[in-house]
Design a protein around this ligand. Structure first.
Ligand code: ADP
Ligand code: 5GP
Length: 195
C-alpha cells in the first residue's frame, strides 16, 4: 500500500535528445518557464563551461578525476563519453530525490543516455527527439552560437548523423524549424504526457 502510494506520488521524466546545435536547450528553457512542476535535471560534465553557463544550474562542471570518482562510486544512473574525452552523466541521487518529491523532470541527454533512461523507467519516461530542419541549418546554428572551436564544431556535426539514426526509437519527433511552433508542439506533447 505504501509502495503504491509512493509510486503514485512519484514524478515523471521527459527526455530531450537532439544533434548538438538543434536548439534543444533553447526549447528546454522555454518549456521550463511555461510548465509548472517541471524541473531541469542538472547533469555532470567534464567539458569546459561556456560563457553564460553557471555551475550547478546548467551542469555540475567536474574535473575528469572527480567524474571518474563518481563512476567508481556508482553515483550515475547513466553516463556517456559523448565526445572523445568529454564525459556527461546523470546523478542518481538528484533524480531520485526530485521524483520522490513528486516533481517531473526534464533531462537533456545524448541518444544513448536517453535509451538508458527509457530502459530504466519504461512508461514513466517520455522521449522527445528534436530534429534540425537540415544539416546545413545545424552547421549555421552551431557557428552562430560561437561556443565551439573549429575542431569541436566538426566533431559535433559528425556525431549529428549518428544521433539522427536514433530518431525512430523515440516516443515522438519534433522538427525545430520555426522556434515558436517547435515550442508549442513540445508543450502539447509534454502536457498530454504529464497531465
Ligand atoms: P542545443 O542545445 O541543441 O545544442 P541551442 O539551444 O544552444 O542548441 O541552440 C543553438 C543555436 O541555435 C543558438 O544560438 C540558438 O539561439 C539557435 N536556435 C535555436 N532554435 C532556433 C531556430 N528555430 N531557428 C534558428 N536558430 C535557432
Ligand atoms: P553540450 O556540451 O552541448 O551541453 O552537450 C553535448 C551532449 O551531451 C548533448 O547531446 C547533451 O544532451 C548531452 N548530455 C548532457 N548531459 C548528459 C548526461 O547527463 N548524460 C548523457 N548521456 N548525455 C548528456
Amino acid at each position: 500500500m505504501a509502495a503504491a502510494a509512493a509510486a503514485k506520488a512519484a514524478g515523471k521524466l521527459i527526455v530531450f535528445a537532439a544533434p548538438s546545435g538543434t536548439g534543444k536547450s533553447t526549447i528546454a528553457k522555454r518549456l521550463l518557464a511555461a510548465t509548472s512542476n517541471l524541473v531541469f535535471s542538472v547533469s555532470a560534465t567534464t567539458r569546459p563551461k561556456r560563457t553564460g553557463e553557471t555551475d550547478g544550474v546548467d551542469y555540475f562542471f567536474l574535473s575528469e578525476d572527480e567524474f571518474r570518482e563518481h563512476v567508481a562510486n556508482g553515483d550515475f544512473l547513466e553516463h556517456e563519453e559523448v565526445y572523445a574525452g568529454r564525459f556527461y552523466g546523470t546523478l542518481k541521487e538528484k533524480i531520485d530525490a526530485a521524483l520522490q518529491a513528486g516533481k517531473n523532470l526534464l533531462l537533456d541527454l545524448d541518444v544513448k543516455g536517453a535509451m538508458s533512461i527509457k530502459q530504466h523507467y519504461g512508461e514513466r519516461a517520455y522521449l522527445i527527439f528534436i530534429k534540425p530542419p537540415s544539416l546545413e541549418a545545424l552547421r549555421e546554428r552551431l557557428s552562430a552560437r560561437r561556443s565551439e572551436t573549429e575542431e569541436m564544431l566538426t566533431k559535433r556535426l559528425e556525431r549529428a548523423k549518428f544521433e539522427m539514426s536514433f530518431a525512430e526509437k523515440f516516443d515522438c519527433t519534433i522538427t525545430n524549424d520555426d522556434l515558436e511552433k517547435a515550442v508549442e508542439d513540445v508543450r502539447e506533447k509534454v502536457n498530454s504526457f504529464i497531465y
